[in-house]
Design a protein around this ligand. Sequence first.
Ligand SMILES: Cc1cc2nc3c(=O)[nH]c(=O)nc-3n(C[C@H](O)[C@H](O)[C@H](O)COP(=O)(O)OP(=O)(O)OC[C@H]3O[C@@H](n4cnc5c(N)ncnc54)[C@H](O)[C@@H]3O)c2cc1C
Length: 507
Amino acid sequence: MPVRDAPAAESVDVLIVGAGFAGIGMGIQLARRGRESFVIIEQAHDVGGTWRDNRYPGVSCDIPSHLYSFSFRQNPGWSRVFAEGREIQEYLRACVREEGLLDHLRLNCTLSHAQWSDDDGRWLVRTTQGEFWAASLVIATGRLTEPKIPLIKNLDGFGGRWWHSARWNAKVSLVGKRVGLVGTGASAIQILPRLAGEASEIVVFQRSAPYILPRGDREYSREEIERFAADPRTVTALRDELFAEAERGIGARQRRHPDIDLLRRRALDHLAASVGDAGLRRLLTPGYEIGCKRILFSDDYYAALQLGHVRQESSPLIRIADSSGASAGHGNRTAIAASGNAYELDVLVLATGFNVARPHIAGHIRGRRDRLLADEWSTGMVAHASTTVHGFPNMYVLDGPNAALGHNSAIYMIETQVGYVLRALDHLAASGADALDVTAEAVQSYMRDIDAMAQDTVWVQGGCTSWYRDERTGRVTLLWPDSATSFRDRLATFVPGQYEHLSRGGH
Ligand SMILES: Cc1cc2nc3c(=O)[nH]c(=O)nc-3n(C[C@H](O)[C@H](O)[C@H](O)COP(=O)(O)OP(=O)(O)OC[C@H]3O[C@@H](n4cnc5c(N)ncnc54)[C@H](O)[C@@H]3O)c2cc1C
């Protein structure tokens, strides 16, 4: 489709969409290479992505902070082993300020439409703050950004207040309230211990029990922080140690023995040591193989569950009672679980995760022959090198298809992809072509490798449903189903033969 002329549009070499870890990491590397012509657009009022949006009590990373941060911007000052969300966001703000990204950043600027133009060999990007022509487009819009609201019948008829964990309503005090916490995933287990200190009654709605390992969180002492600051090699050494330890976790995910048996044992021992009551322990014992769903880390979740005012409901919340009989205009506060148990509640907190398989952004990007990215991904996300999509020239997706991990730091994966994009940009500049379009064969071959790698892993064989797999096909489309190191090896070389080289006019 011919793209309408947009003379007023600003021209840039690279347009990055999203200012979370991925967009900021990409921006830093461009700036450090002296590339001036790029912008980062961010739909929100501030940077930080995940760490700006998730403000629930107790929010923190579950990969240690010294590993959950850029290798090229280490931070000796982390206050604890697992930093809270605010500290992580502050780290990202400092990255933006100190790496000279402020002039490149457009806040409150949402991508509304991106269209590839064969004639121009560029992307025309429409945003809420005007138009851009961009030679290359980097999609860094995250994968845990769109809250998933489960099907709860008559939720709108709930007479109390409800919100999703990633949209925390800090204006409502929970002191003395009866609260329903829906879900037992990574966010819920961080929320419960804090919530327990405020609410008068809590019901935890559990659809399936998670495996939980001890976390070992603590503050770093002043001496430790001073030592890290005085000698950056100590931070690098700690980081390497944390990485190697996390990386060993891939053996269990690949169902290797004794790795998986030892890991399962550790989690079940933690449960046994934490929960004395055999009945409750049974309800908290997962019915699938360890690692199939994300393994969680907590030192205080089981203790909070056993407090006198906390109840465990071992079935999902499925409906709110209809309003007949409730006081006029106030709706109903009766929340009913699949078991039939009913609870009177004032507030519902939905810690129910995110929509991951069908990213919203894909409905706003049109590539060659006017093809919508959402159509290209209609049976699940696919990409070559987890980064490039056939028919979408000069477009790079960070932290998207098959780029997440279940056992190590997302930041390592993001840095790996940023490296790949830089190599692609260098190759494009050297090649004299205007655009690179990955071939369909390269994508198919990469996806065949992913399927083969995933086949025997716990994510496919572990007997659970998880967000790592696309529900339409059962394929593992979110995760890189192997070690973080193998991802880096795989993306270490940019292979020009896997790309069609295009000139303006689409040839
Ligand atoms: C509570 C929580 C805890 C986590 N803990 C860990 C952990 O311990 N370890 C780990 O490895 N991973 C963790 N993750 C995963 C985490 O999402 C990633 O580690 C990482 O933060 C993702 O960064 P990102 O830049 O890819 O995405 P995001 O941080 O989601 O940033 C994407 C940005 O794109 C913006 N955007 C989206 N659409 C548009 C648009 N159309 N126009 C303009 N801007 C747009 C968004 O506003 C957002 O700012 C956690 C996730 C959550 C939710």
